[in-house]
Design a protein around this ligand. Structure first.
Ligand code: HGY
Ligand code: MN
Ligand code: MN
Ligand code: MN
Length: 406
């Protein structure tokens, strides 16, 4: 990739990230104002470059360069445009803009492809605003989504979706959900420490971890902090803390490869002189073996069930489940050959992060290319990847699409 192309990629990543100016990290929660501006910007770049642009009713954007010989055979690349709250500059966005750069590189250096090249910017992957994950790729692959689900402010997915998507239907943009591709490749930062710790430049992904997300609700009795004796309380926060430490210990004991994270908590009424009456907290748990996740889910249900007492009612709701997913061996082997030929140091590894690829893999041949995350940090403003590593990922993707579509 030439310096111009690298500068162009950095410029585009910088342009989209600048939309969150003045905020801590990136906050492109699905259907938020920054999300709308970002997807509009991706669409504008696509229209300027002569792509056929289609937006579906969830706001996922498909940008095609039709094939000259086999237009019905589609080779796709892409990732998600949304971020977590206070997220990093590269998670998702690098796969969208790196994919765009790879296709643009091919148009400049080789010309029009024989098969259709498609860049996909998925509307939502993180599950950071509404209680469901991967809604963009799930919708594209025909999985049902609960349009009535609401965000913490009570805004429904359907209302947020309708208002935001209407703003993407600019002149030149077609509406619809196009047919599925023959292959899908997702370029992504590793979001972990393995590549950087072992001084490796490329990660080729063999499988993606299974993950489940829950909300635990602890219903106690709000009361006066000063007049209520300690042994007569139904303190929801004290109970929540007990549950979390118990479950964390159980996770460690069950399997050292099991991750258990409580990332979100709401306390009501969240006032310093009131005993909390209601607490909800999230659980994100992951493992490469479904049987371990099944076992831990049973433990979660038992611990919550067992902890009831006369005044405290606890419940748990699992709202997301994505299975351990094995990615395509042939596409991985082809990318391994390219990495070796380009002289990139590489390894094959399983992903601890979830990705749209685990949804796409259910319907088409799918593979992922990782580049290193500095200090292994992600889902935080400190998320970073060197220019050289960004470049290598795009170079490998460019070559992979070249092999598949020309
Ligand atoms: O949470 C994840 O693993 C991904 O970054 N959505
Ligand atoms: Mn991601
Ligand atoms: Mn993420
Ligand atoms: Mn295999």
């Amino acid at each position: 990739m030439t310096t111009t192309q690298l500068n162009q990629l950095s410029h585009r990543i910088g342009t989209i990230n600048a939309l969150s100016k003045g905020e801590v990290g990136q906050n492109r929660l699905v259907y938020s104002p920054t999300w709308i501006s970002a997807q509009q910007q991706v669409i504008n770049w696509g229209l300027q470059l002569g792509f056929d642009v289609t937006v579906d009713d969830f706001g996922t954007t498909y940008m095609d360069i039709p094939g000259t010989v086999h237009p019905d055979q589609i080779i796709a690349a892409g990732s998600h445009i949304d971020t977590v709250a206070q997220g990093g500059r590269f998670d998702g966005l690098y796969g969208v803009l790196g994919g765009l750069q790879a296709i643009e590189n091919l148009l400049e250096s080789v010309g029009r492809p024989k098969k259709t090249l498609r860049l996909i910017s998925f509307s939502e992957e993180e599950g950071s605003r509404f209680p469901d994950t991967f809604t963009g790729s799930k919708h594209y692959t025909g999985q049902p989504i609960n349009l009535a689900m609401t965000d913490p402010n009570g805004v429904s997915f359907e209302d947020a979706r309708r208002n935001a998507v209407a703003k993407l239907k600019i002149t030149g943009v077609k509406s619809g959900r196009p047919e599925l591709p023959s292959t899908f490749t997702e370029l992504h930062i590793e979001q972990g420490p393995r590549l950087i710790d072992h001084h490796l430049q490329i990660g080729l992904v063999t499988s993606i971890v299974g993950q489940r997300r829950f909300t635990v609700t602890v219903k106690g009795i709000a009361n006066h902090a000063g007049t209520t004796p300690m042994d007569e309380r139904a303190d929801a926060l004290e109970m929540a803390v007990t549950l979390i430490s118990d479950l964390s210990q159980q996770a460690h004991q069950l399997d050292k490869g099991l991750t258990f994270t409580v990332g979100e908590m709401h306390i009501s009424p969240n006032t310093s002189n009131v005993i909390p009456g209601l607490v909800t907290f999230s659980i994100d748990t992951r493992h490469n073996n479904e049987a371990v996740l099944d076992q831990f889910e049973q433990i979660i249900n038992q611990v919550v069930e067992r902890s009831q007492d006369t005044n405290i009612i606890n419940s748990v709701n699992r709202w997301a489940k994505s299975d351990v997913t094995h990615l395509d061996d042939q596409l991985l082997a082809a990318n391994q050959k390219i990495a070796d030929r380009l002289g990139f140091s590489s390894t094959q590894l399983a992903s601890g992060a979830g990705h749209d690829s685990q949804i796409m893999a259910k319907v088409t041949r799918t593979t992922m290319i990782f580049v290193p995350s500095i200090n292994g940090i992600s889902h935080a403003p400190e998320e970073n990847t060197s220019q050289e590593d960004l470049l290598r990922g795009v170079e490998l993707l460019t070559e992979s699409l070249h092999q598949q579509a020309y």
